[in-house]
Design a protein around this ligand. Sequence first.
Ligand SMILES: NC(=O)c1ccc[n+]([C@@H]2O[C@H](COP(=O)([O-])OP(=O)(O)OC[C@H]3O[C@@H](n4cnc5c(N)ncnc54)[C@H](O)[C@@H]3O)[C@@H](O)[C@H]2O)c1
Length: 424
Amino acid sequence: MVVEGRGARRLRAGMVGAGMIFDETYAPFFENAAREGLFDRSVGPFDVTLAGIASRTGQRAERYRRSGRFGDFGVWSGPHAVQQMLAEPVDTVLIATPDDRHFAAAKAALEAGKHVLIEKPSVLSLQELDTLLALAAEKRVLAKVVYHKLWDPDHKKLRTLVADGLLRHVNNGYCSLLEPKQISGQQFAEWIQGRNPGTYVAVHYIKLIDFTFGGKLTAVTCTGQRGLVGPADGPTWDSTQLRLVYRYDSGREAAFDIHTSWVTPDNFPGYVEQEVQFRFDNGVWNAHSRKRGVECTIEGRTPGEIKITMNNHYNAEFLEPNGTRCRRGYGIEVIERFFREVAFVEWGGPPQERDERLQQMRALAYNDLAADRQVVAAVHAMEAILARAAAGVPHCVVEVNGAKGGLVLHEPAGKSHVLYEPAV
Ligand SMILES: NC(=O)c1ccc[n+]([C@@H]2O[C@H](COP(=O)([O-])OP(=O)(O)OC[C@H]3O[C@@H](n4cnc5c(N)ncnc54)[C@H](O)[C@@H]3O)[C@@H](O)[C@H]2O)c1
């Protein structure tokens, strides 16, 4: 059957990076899109195709290309891969490189006038964020970031209870995310020097807290441990403990502790173990990845090849009741939403109203870079605190929007460094 109009409208995506997250969420998204296309009432049917992948070595991208899973596409590798890809006809650029390599690719893509989607954390400093926001405004394109945990049904329920006033005023809470050793030892070995698990995964919870509870970030502290991934006095961190303090319009405060690690034993049943607890004036929210429902053991297959604790909501392969097979979940849905937003901007009404549609999509705080300021501020502060600790000055505190500037690092001995002068 030929679907009328199908193929007339097409968004061509350029991918930067083809690692673990590409495999888990982008690849199934492109497979689904190639098979089923997309439909939006304001746009009609439209296609999303993978135009090409720019990555460091191109090896994995080449394997995907040869598999034919989502059609043919270009592969570029080496130091000029992104620029080479941008010379081809692409409409959107998706960035899934290591976190300290997001900015350069995002800047190049925005300069070329492409809509951009960046994996979390968007960027590592407020200066970088300002540069990308200015470019997106100048080029009249979308600049968005992926925080798929906001689409987790459990987190949506939490936010709904808060928004509806059933859970009242959060006072404090903790979040913990423990990654297995193989992440730091094998998967990320190429880029892990000088990095930390806080920027990599605490950022999921920074965003969850920021987006769900609102408020103004006022202070950031962070401690951490070293000695497994790198030397005990080096700049590479095994685990981190981040604390954020927020103030609300009521004048009351809340504090959140976020603990992360990427050196948990590989055979730990939780695999990626996640736990949160938020305490309110009138309630407590507890969530634990191993208590979500499913634990499955298969001799010889779990916990290595198949996980004991399955998150079937994030991204899982299913044999559907109607006999078809697919991979679906909120990790894939969040990517599809970006393409719907781009399609709406480009085709969701008359061309002369494109700017209004662009503003509408920019107003979506869950993924727009403009709404990522406090999250980037927290990451910027954490990076600076860990860098000072690695340089021999532990226990620094970053004050947000204080007397000396937007983001100011205070050392225990009294010296201060302005990390970002304007208000956050
Ligand atoms: N949304 C999530 O929950 C989630 C989960 C995992 C990772 N991530 C994010 O996705 C990003 C990538 O993580 P990953 O797990 O896929 O990492 P990875 O190490 O598995 O893959 C990184 C990819 O980037 C490519 N790359 C590295 N440097 C590059 C450069 N300068 N130019 C072009 N390509 C380059 C590598 O070739 C590789 O294909 C990170 O920002 C990470 O925080 C998000």
